[in-house]
Write a protein that binds this ligand. Structure first.
Ligand code: GSH
Length: 247
């Protein structure tokens, strides 16, 4: 029995997809269309997904024991726990300080950044417009989208400030001037870098310019990760995840 990953092109499920590949874990991918799951279309793959996750989210991962897992951070931590020991992705390699930064950001991303993506991309999901107020509803959705865009920018700037503060505290004030390749100042990428490398693709438009101008540290470390041989393939395969590829 192997893992089964429910995955949609250009979705957050690219994170566990990269990790499954990096850790050489046997897995099957069930590809779903994002629009089909959002519309709950009556299709075999969508029915299979709904049966194990009522929110029909990607990623959803079925473990070899038949346990359904959602939430990218939970999935990443589980895969590292089960298969990461002794690999370049082993969390044992991190210092205490790096581990603190790792856990904080692994939760901040899905708790703060991902919801803001939804406010901007799908404002209509968060507002119920009575039929007789259809016109005002359109205006309200426009305002909600504008507010979502603002929140989205704030959430990326929050990640930038956490990275900047972390690096100053962990490595001293001069660390700003040194070239730190990966988010937590490690020599090789961590699973957090994979998470950030995917997350940067949903930053405010224009991408990648907005991120480079507003979040230079995040931009630099995520661009390094996107372009790692073996990881870059997952971005090349995706329709919308190309702006950070260097070539
Ligand atoms: N907090 C979740 C977010 C996953 C998520 O919302 N994924 C989106 C695609 S990027 C999704 O499946 N949306 C389906 C829907 O909302 O209907 C995680 O970190 O895995």
């Amino acid at each position: 029995m192997s893992y089964t990953l429910f995955h949609a092109d250009s979705a957050v499920s690219v994170v566990p997809l990269i990790l499954l590949r990096q850790l050489n874990i046997a897995h099957e991918v069930v590809l779903v269309e994002y629009d089909d799951i959002a519309a709950r279309k009556d299709l075999p793959a969508v029915r299979r997904l709904l049966a194990i996750n009522p929110l029909a989210q990607v990623p959803t991962l079925l473990t070899p024991d038949g346990i359904s897992m959602s939430e990218s951070t939970a999935i990443v931590l589980y895969l590292l726990h089960e298969h990461g020991r002794g690999t370049p992705w082993d969390l044992e390699k991190l210092t205490r300080a790096q581990l603190a930064g790792f856990y904080r950001l692994m939760v901040v991303i899905p708790a703060v950044v991902y919801p803001a993506i939804g406010y901007e991309d799908f404002p209509e999901r968060y507002i119920v417009v009575p039929a007789e107020n259809a016109e005002e509803g359109k205006q309200a959705i426009k305002w909600m989208k504008a507010g979502g865009y603002q929140k989205l920018g704030e959430s990326y700037k929050l990640v930038e400030s956490i990275l900047s503060d972390f690096n100053k505290r962990a490595y001293g004030a001069d660390s700003e001037a040194t070239t730190i390749k990966f988010a937590l100042g490690t020599q090789t990428a961590t699973a957090l870098d994979i998470m950030l490398a995917v997350t940067v693709h949903y930053a405010p438009h224009p991408r990648p310019k907005w991120l480079e101008e507003n979040c230079p540290r995040l931009f630099a470390s995520a661009s390094s990760t996107v372009n790692i041989p073996g990881i870059v393939d997952a971005f090349r395969e995706s329709v919308h995840l190309k702006p950070f590829i260097r070539d």
